[in-house]
Design a protein around this ligand. Sequence first.
Ligand code: G3P
Ligand code: MG
Length: 244
Amino acid sequence: MYGHRGVPSLASENTIASYETAAKIPGLKWIEIDVAITEDEQLIIIHDDYLDRTTSISGEISDTSYEIIKNASAGYWFDKKFSEEKVLTFSEFIDIANELKLNVNIELKGTTGKNGPKLFKSYVHQLTKLMDRFDSNIEILFSSFNIPLLKTIQEVMPEYPRAVLYEKCAFYEDWRTVLDFCDTKILHLEEIGLTENLVEIIKSEGYTLNVYTVNEKDRANQLFRWGVDGIFTDVAQHLVHLQN
Ligand code: G3P
Ligand code: MG
């Protein structure tokens, strides 16, 4: 089971508070995070392409410098008591993961917006440079919707496992070829509309299947009964005991 952005039902998503909350849940070993890049080439932990929803400032992340972002609150929007939370750099995050001893699914958000193409190389370079800072006992799983990025990561860091992410609406029949291209058998699929038949096909062909984002106990039980390997949840505090 993966705490999706930490435990975003109890603390502001993708912040220290969210990860510390995850670390306190007995049995929860994994969290998921989202990695983006700023205009001045700093890797940061944030989900959206824009700052507006989860910080006290607005703007497109790939068009805003970290010097500006670092002063924003990343928690006030969620609850006043989290107003001191900041947008973490990937480097700061690594220290926290090492301290909390949490395994990490690093979702590579990639490089969006008009600066995207020029930031791509830097995104890969920064990430590669920093990965060695994780403690060796921390398990890592990369994932991305962005196939060029995932393929590049496979080429430069083949030692880390990787998963291809799909939204239901984009889950075309060529998914096996896409996974093969990224040299992986791990699939992360959206929960909506997922059927027992599809789970059976995926599992019978030897793939690992993790499903996002599952917040209902009955649905989580059903998916585990069908044979999914893991789920991403916003409410790990309620579902952690259900995992395989
Ligand atoms: O990695 C699972 C899930 O986080 C993918 O979607 O939009 O929540 O990053 P999103
Ligand atoms: Mg994500």
